[in-house]
Ligand binder design. Structure first.
Ligand code: ZN
Length: 433
């Protein structure tokens, strides 16, 4: 593959912004260009400078006026729930029972899984998301379809077979030995296969017996290079049920601690109702906490306390859609709802902080910042092209604009998938191809 150039307004974060005026937290070039060599970023500079150093026949993709950013990263979602977004239920446990488990059963069918994974990845790309960490179902077919489709598209993804051996319909359950053995096979096949990475995936404490919790612990010890993804402290009814199922434990997080779930490659979705001592356990173990705003509002789970968790220095917070409890694949919509949740708690997030989170922040959450999440030299060229004039509302707003920070803020407030003008995966156009 030869070299290519993307021309546009380049924006990439170097670290988490401290406030709305923290201009040294990012690199921005109004007339920028990205030089890509074999799918890897070689240089990001002004277009004029880059132009002088290249041969005449190099292909230029002209996105002048549009923002070129690292592709968005979604660190927590469920690809088998793509078709049940917006299902009416009073809370998490009812929603699981009434819709989720019924839909997930369908993924035992190979053809169904293959078709659904194509739809899922199209949705990700249409929304500017180039990497994700997704749950699959308990069926091996769902995992095979997920990774096969990601590999075909050369996308960097994390995924794993969901482990459940109680409190779900029988057809979705399997004994812990079978779950353990199948997970091992899938890790051996898919971890580091192309850009695919594996996450050991117990759904949550409610759907695993003690025996399965122990087998997850063994898997994590046997495969320390793999991730672990699960849910923690999302909803009050869930927490009450956890207490009943694990009566000898002090709290929800201490169950996960006891079975060795915590760690720097462990991703915990939600974490809404945690006590200070639970947060300390996550902090000491450098575990990752994932904020899923549209899901938390939709299922009425509660308001994530970003300010409180931000005080724990070792916790890297991710921001995710949690499809299909979440209501949009779009990370801009996700940021919009995150902002409102924080506003309700008198905590204002700057637009810089928001866009940091869905790029470099989420890459750090997945320990992948050396490969994705920035436009740094040597990074994989996964790039999103954002049109901040894509709709009439945006066009009107654009005419009343004073700064980049303002522009980012109205994009997250008014923007949606129409703002995603193109997506590049390892330097190749991936949208509408
Ligand atoms: Zn989830």
């Amino acid at each position: 593959m030869s070299k290519i150039i993307l021309k546009g307004r380049t924006l990439s974060f170097l670290r988490q912004p401290k406030n709305v005026n923290d201009s040294s937290s990012y690199e921005y070039n109004e007339s920028g260009a990205i030089l890509i060599n074999n799918g890897i970023i070689e240089k990001v500079e002004s277009y004029e400078k880059i132009k002088k150093t290249i041969s005449k026949n190099i292909k230029i993709f002209d996105h002048s006026g549009k923002l070129l950013m690292p592709g968005f990263i979604d660190p927590h979602l469920h690809y088998p729930q793509t078709k049940i977004i917006g299902s009416y239920a009073s809370n998490l446990l009812e929603w699981l029972k009434k819709y989720t488990f019924l839909e997930e059963k369908k993924y035992s069918n190979k053809e169904y899984s293959i078709k659904a994974s194509k739809i899922f990845f199209n949705e990700l790309i249409n929304n500017g998301t180039t990497s994700c960490a997704s749950f699959c179902t308990t069926s091996k077919n769902s995992v095979e379809a997920f990774f096969s489709e990601a590999k075909k598209r050369n996308m960097m993804v994390i995924g794993g077979k969901t482990l459940m051996d109680r409190n779900a319909p029988k057809t979705l359950l399997e004994n812990s030995t079978k779950g353990y053995e199948l997970t091992k096979k899938l890790i051996n096949k898919w971890h580091n296969n192309g850009r695919c990475l594996y996450a050991i995936t117990p759904r949550f404490a409610i759907t695993s017996t003690i025996e399965q919790m122990k087998s997850v612990q063994t898997l994590k010890e046997e495969y320390p290079e793999c991730y672990l993804q699960t849910h923690l402290s999302e909803n009050f009814e869930e927490i009450e049920l956890v207490k009943k199922l694990y009566p000898s434990f002090k709290n929800y997080t201490s169950i996960y601690e006891h079975y060795g779930f915590l760690g720097k490659k462990s991703l915990f979705g939600h974490c809404i109702h945690l006590s200070e001592s639970e947060l300390d356990l996550l902090n000491e173990s450098h575990s990752k906490v994932i904020f899923c705003p549209t899901s938390n509002l939709f299922l009425g789970s509660g308001l994530f306390d970003l300010k409180k968790i931000n005080k724990k220095n070792n916790i890297q917070i991710g921001v995710a859609t949690d499809i299909g409890g979440g209501t949009s694949f779009n990370m801009l919509k996700t940021l919009d709802e995150a902002y409102k949740i924080c506003q309700l708690q008198k905590n204002k997030i700057s637009s810089l902080d928001s866009f940091y989170h869905i790029t470099l922040g989420n890459a750090k959450c997945l320990s992948l910042e050396s490969k994705i999440g920035t436009l740094s030299k040597g990074s994989d060229a996964d790039i999103v092209v954002i049109d901040s004039r894509a709709t009439s509302s945006l066009e009107i707003r654009k005419n009343n604009l004073n700064s980049l920070e303002e522009e980012l803020f109205y994009i997250q407030t008014l923007g949606d998938d129409r703002c995603i003008s193109q997506v590049y995966i390892k330097g190749k156009p991936a949208k509408n191809t």
